[in-house]
Design a protein around this ligand. Structure first.
Ligand code: CMP
Length: 145
């Protein structure tokens, strides 16, 4: 397995519910190292650009309104098999279908159906694009120890 980087967004619902620490604990307990992080209140242009791939989907406008409804925590994670590992930790996209023990089951099931706590890149190419969307190369820290 290769060391990969992936982009995580802790979404406005999870930030509002004070789950940043709980989610970061899960990263660290699963050997996903945080190598860059920032909080941001996205504007509509940023959210639309980030999710441009979904712009023809019926849920697009709802997704954009949700993503700009409050601050998000944007994090680059690094580790062995980080992309797939983080997707397993997140669980199925819609919290109602997520397996017990996953972030979306544990931390998003009680909320609105379309509010699913976290985003994670789905493949190496999208991870690279999504990381570049939010971070300059010099904002990513090498873990020297
Ligand atoms: P995310 O992993 O950020 O990728 C795209 C997002 O679109 C997804 O999480 C959900 O927040 C949202 N999404 C996907 N499918 C639906 C749906 N059927 N209804 C509402 N939102 C959705």
């Amino acid at each position: 397995m290769a060391v990969e980087r992936t982009l995580s967004i802790i979404k406005p619902d999870a930030v509002a519910n004070n789950f940043i620490g709980e989610i970061y604990s899960r990263f660290e307990a699963n050997d996903l190292r945080i190598v860059a992080a920032k909080m941001a209140l996205l504007n509509k242009t940023q959210a639309e650009a980030f999710y441009a791939v979904h712009k023809e989907r019926p849920f697009y406008s709802m997704l954009i309104e949700f993503m700009i409804s409050g601050p998000v925590m944007i994090t680059v994670l690094e580790g062995e098999d980080a992309i797939a590992k983080y997707r397993t930790l997140m669980g199925a996209t819609m919290p109602e279908f997520a397996a017990p023990g996953t972030i979306r089951y544990d931390l998003a099931r009680e909320g609105k159906a379309n509010e699913n706590a976290v985003h994670g890149s789905d493949a190496p190419e999208t991870a690279a694009e999504e990381i570049k969307f939010f971070f300059k190369p010099e904002e990513i820290c090498y873990r020297t120890r």
